[in-house]
Ligand binder design. Structure first.
Ligand code: SAM
Length: 350
C-alpha cells in the first residue's frame, strides 16, 4: 500500500544535508524505498527486519528503541520522521529533536490526519517556538518543517516516560516489566493468558516433556516466562527492539532459563524445537510483502521438529486452520472461549 505521508518525506530524505537521522519504524516498511543510500544519513529503527533490509541496501543503520543517547546535544542537522502509531513514541521523538538539533537544524515530520498529525504539529510548533512551515499532499496528509530556535523554554511533551521500563502487570507468578512501544504493553494479553491457562491441553500431546521451547513473537515475554522452568530452556524472539529490551529485563529479573534473540520471524535461528508457542500478529505497518499469519506459519513449519507441536492462540475470526493446513498435516482446534481459539499444529510438511 502506498504511504502518502512517507511520500512527503521522500524528497527531504533524498536531499538532506549535514548529519541526518532518519527515524524509521514499521511505518517505513515500504516495498520499494527507491532512494539511493546517503553517506550523511543514519537510520535509527526499532525493527530488525527494516534494519536488516536497509543495511543490505547500503544504508547505515542502528537497531534500538529510539535511544539517541549516543548523540550529543546539538549534534544533528536534520531529522526525518514519519510519525509512529503510539503517542508516547511521537512525543519522545519530538522532545529528543529539541535536544539533538543544532540551532537552525530541521525536523521534517509527516503523518496522516487520522494518526493525529495536526495535533502533533501544533504541539511541535509550540516546542519549536513557532518556527514551523507546513506542506500537505491532500487534506489528510501533512508534513511540518520545524526549525530549531536558539532557545526552547516550553515544557517537554508527555512521553509517559518512554525510555523507562516499569512494572505494568502481575499475576501469582511474576511482575512483568514493559513500556510503550511493546504490543499490549501495559497488560497481560487475554489470548496469551488463555493459552497459558490451557497449556496442559497441548503438552499432554507430547511424547515427553519439552526441554526446549521457541516463543515466536515474544513481546515482553509473557508466554516464554510461563513456559520456562529449570528443565525447559526457552528461546524468545521478536523483531521489535522495545519488546526485546522488555523481555530481556523480565528474563534477568526473574532468572528465566532462556535467551532473547532479535530476529525477523526466527530468521537466522537454525535449530528445530519440540515445542513452539505463538500469539501471532496480524498486521504489519504498510507492508504488502505477504500475509503475516502465513509468514509465522512458514517459520513455525521450518523450526518445528518432525514430532513436535506448536501451540497457537488467535482471535476467533482469524482463519488460522485453513492457512495452517498448507503447512501442517495435523491442525486441530483444541478449545475456544468465545473470543480466542487454541490451535495445535503438528506434522510439518517437508
Ligand atoms: C500478538 S503479539 C504477542 C506478544 C507476546 N507473545 C504476548 O503474548 O504478549 C505479537 C508479537 O509478534 C511480534 N512480531 C511482529 N512481526 C514480527 C516478525 N516479523 N518477526 C518477529 N516478531 C514479530 C510483535 O512485535 C509482537 O511482539
Amino acid at each position: 500500500m502506498k504511504d502518502f505521508a512517507f511520500d512527503l518525506l521522500r524528497p527531504e530524505l533524498a536531499q538532506a544535508t549535514g548529519t541526518t537521522l532518519w527515524i524509521a519504524d514499521e511505518n517505513a516498511l515500504q516495498p520499494e524505498l527507491a532512494i539511493t543510500p546517503r553517506n550523511n544519513v543514519t537510520v535509527i529503527s526499532n525493527r530488525i527486519d527494516l534494519t536488516d533490509s536497509l543495511t543490505e541496501q547500503g544504508w547505515q543503520c542502528r537497531f534500538s528503541d529510539f535511544n539517541f543517547s549516543e548523540y550529543a546535544d546539538g549534534s544533528i542537522d536534520t531529522l526525518i520522521y514519519r510519525v509512529s502509531k503510539e503517542k508516547p513514541i511521537v512525543h519522545h521523538v519530538i522532545n529528543q529533536a529539541i535536544r539533538l538539533l543544532r540551532p537552525d537544524g530541521k525536523l521534517f515530520i509527516a503523518g496522516l490526519k487520522n494518526e493525529g498529525i495536526k495535533t502533533y504539529l501544533d504541539k511541535a510548533k509550540k516546542r519549536f517556538a513557532g518556527n514551523m512551515q507546513t506542506e500537505k499532499s491532500d487534506k489528510n496528509t501533512w508534513m511540518g518543517i520545524l526549525t530549531r530556535p536558539d532557545a526552547c523554554d516550553t515544557d517537554s511533551l508527555d512521553d509517559q516516560d518512554y525510555p523507562v521500563l516499569r512494572d505494568v502487570a502481575s499475576d501469582e507468578t511474576y511482575h512483568y516489566y514493559s513500556k510503550p512501544g511493546v504490543f499490549g504493553w501495559n497488560k497481560i494479553d487475554k489470548g496469551s493468558e488463555y493459552l497459558i491457562e490451557q497449556l496442559g491441553r497441548f503438552t499432554e500431546r507430547l511424547k515427553q516433556p519439552a526441554t526446549r521451547i521457541l516463543d515466536l513473537g515474544c513481546g515482553y515475554g509473557y508466554l516464554a516466562m510461563n513456559c520456562a522452568s529449570d528443565d525447559c530452556f526457552v528461546t524468545a524472539t521478536d523483531n521489535n527492539a522495545t519488546a526485546l529490551q522488555a523481555c530481556q529485563e523480565n528474563f534477568s529479573r526473574h532468572k528465566i532459563n532462556g535467551e532473547v534473540i532479535p530476529a525477523n520471524c526466527a530468521e537466522g535461528i537454525d535449530s528445530r524445537y519440540p515445542m513452539i508457542i505463538c500469539n501471532p500478529p496480524f498486521h504489519q505497518g504498510f507492508s504488502v510483502t505477504g500475509d503475516l499469519t502465513d509468514i509465522f506459519l512458514r517459520a513455525t513449519r521450518r523450526r518445528l521438529e518432525n514430532d513436535g507441536i506448536a501451540a497457537f492462540v488467535t482471535n476467533l475470526h482469524i482463519p488460522l486452520e485453513r492457512k495452517a493446513s498448507a503447512h501442517f498435516n495435523r491442525v486441530e482446534t483444541l478449545a475456544d472461549n468465545g473470543s480466542f481459539k487454541l490451535v495445535l499444529l503438528a506434522k510439518p510438511k517437508r
